[in-house]
Design a binder for this molecule. Structure first.
Ligand SMILES: [Zn+2]
Length: 94
């Protein structure tokens, strides 16, 4: 009987930990996004100049990309870099 309880207990613990980990990951992603939005990315505006090359970012782009920080050229090259570096890094805008 003790063995039976043991196996059942460990099974439950494993299943629970797995689910918890997934939820934690999702929570962290959402919280990270919220934190970033609060930390200096006003929604709907973004930067007036590119963070990388200091080129002016057109108002239309700032409207189309809320919280934009890079000009089209820099954003594209960065996207390409991050796509090559693998998934998961994509939402990390530094
Ligand atoms: Zn740029």
């Amino acid at each position: 009987m003790l063995r039976g309880e043991d196996i059942e207990g460990s099974d439950m613990a494993t299943g629970w930990a797995g689910e918890g980990a997934v939820h934690e990951q999702i929570d962290a992603t959402i919280q990270d996004a919220i934190a970033r939005a609060r930390a200096g990315l006003p929604q709907g505006t973004g930067r007036s100049r590119c963070e990388d090359c200091d080129a002016p970012i057109p108002p239309a782009r700032r409207k189309a990309v809320p919280g934009v920080r890079l000009c089209v050229g820099c954003q594209e090259s960065r996207d390409r870099e991050q796509a090559g570096a693998g998934r998961g890094a994509r939402h990390r805008l530094r």
